[in-house]
Design a protein around this ligand. Structure first.
Ligand code: PLP
Length: 416
């Protein structure tokens, strides 16, 4: 079996040392070279899929976040990808953490991160997990129902609360959350009153515009609504609210740039010179997606006329579960061709209409159809970029292909 720890050691040196491998400046070529070195160093008899995590990319992303939204503290959403090297790097770079469960809190505390750097951002928690949070001193959580207020009163009365509201204009998101979580406007006052009656302190408001949000006005509308709630609390003589949690939903690229501008404008409009306001966020995808590259070997091939069909060692019940759960699209390139700098897109090669299947015996386990690839052989490798968000974290071990056993190799490209 593949043990991620032993692979780290083999490639990177002494146990426990998250060693670095300095790659050249061009990060794509650097990752490709790194992949080649892994394949030749490990001399795997049985080929298996693996991830490459580029820690330099995390540094670049944190710089970008701090430059674009300097007043907003990121609490990385662990659910997106709990790879310890990613969490540890983010912790060193000053990020805090959004945990959804006891298990995620344990993972983050095990890194040596203090509990006041965690928001337990799950509005519906089981009693045993709440008791655990109380024991370890995680003292900030979200809620959106009277029943949750009651549980918090009973099991963790010292915990500060953030009222999770449904983001008013969240329709554009790839994975909407508003039907499941978030108080509606007519529920705001009853919820605040219930918390007050239970002697619980509501420190502020929390929202999530949906994962893979596509329009930035969702942030504007939600920040406007949050301001109205801050005012309501003041009017009712409750403790002054001082935390605004703008959630996640960020995707690197123009979507992030738009979101950052919209958020800054909305904060200036609705929260001008509020010195005590603490702004927090829960980005997952933003930090994880582009930092991971998946590499899979071709384990089977079938030729039917012009059609090429390939079977690979990871699939829809593994890393590519993102096709179903995250509504993602994925892309693959043959490793042999990504390493040709003159022709990284295989432009000069004859390609064939191809299908790529995962390894399980289920027909649903189909990853790419009508996809152009050159003629490949069994034991060739495919490289899948941007596979860090909602991939390994949600995979299963269906058919005995254990997603959590896929090793991650650490690379460090020089941040630009
Ligand atoms: N916070 C909460 C409460 C979530 O439910 C999610 C995703 O589902 C996130 C943060 C992370 O969202 P994203 O990866 O879109 O930034």
């Amino acid at each position: 079996g593949t043990n991620p720890k032993s692979h780290h050691q083999e490639i990177l040196g002494a146990p426990g040392v998250k060693g670095k491998r300095v790659m050249n400046n061009s990060s794509t070529d650097g990752v490709t070279d790194f992949i080649h070195s892994i394949i030749s160093t490990t001399k795997q008899e049985v080929k298996d899929p693996f991830y490459v995590l580029d820690l330099g990319k995390i540094v670049t992303l944190m710089d970008k976040w701090n430059h674009s939204l300097p007043s907003v503290k990121p609490f990385y959403a662990v659910k997106c990808n709990p790879e310890p090297a990613l969490l540890g790097t983010l912790a060193l770079l000053g990020a805090n953490f959004d945990c959804a469960s006891k298990g995620e809190i344990e993972t983050v505390l095990a890194l040596g991160v203090s509990p006041d750097r965690i928001v337990y951002a799950n509005p519906c928690k089981s009693e045993s997990h709440i008791k655990y949070a109380a024991t370890v001193g995680v003292n900030l959580t979200t809620f959106d129902s009277i029943d949750e207020v009651e549980k918090m009163r009973k099991f963790h009365p010292k915990c500060g609360l953030l009222m999770r509201i449904k983001a008013p204009e969240d329709e554009g998101a790839r994975c909407p959350l508003g039907d499941k979580y978030g108080a509606l406007p007519e529920e705001f006052v009853p919820l605040l009153e219930a918390a007050n009656a239970a002697n619980l302190v509501v420190h502020g408001v929390s929202f999530h515009v949906g994962s893979g949000a596509t329009h930035s006005r969702a942030y504007h509308a939600a920040i406007a609504e949050a301001k109205a709630i801050f005012n309501t609390a003041e009017k009712f003589g409750m403790a002054k609210m001082h935390i605004l949690n703008i959630g996640g939903g960020f995707t690197l690229g123009s979507q992030f740039d738009d979101a950052a501008i919209t958020i800054k404008n909305a904060l200036e409009t609705y929260f001008p010179d509020d010195q005590e306001l603490m702004l927090i966020s829960e980005p997952g995808r933003f930090f994880a997606e582009t930092a991971f590259t998946l590499v899979t070997d071709i384990i089977g091939k079938r030729v039917r006329g012009e059609l090429r069909e390939y079977y690979i060692s990871d699939g829809i019940y593994g890393s590519m579960n993102c096709l179903l759960y995250d509504h993602a699209t994925v892309t693959a390139k043959p490793l042999a061709y990504t390493s040709n700098p003159d022709d990284p897109n295989c432009a000069g090669l004859k390609t064939y209409t191809s299908t790529v299947f995962g390894p399980t015996c289920d027909g649903l386990d189909t990853l790419l159809t009508n996809y152009q690839l050159p003629d490949l052989k069994v034991n060739d490798w495919l490289v899948w970029p941007d596979m860090g968000a909602y991939t390994a974290s949600a995979g299963s071990s269906f058919n005995g292909f254990n997603t959590s056993a896929i090793p991650t190799y650490l690379a460090y490209s020089i941040p630009n």
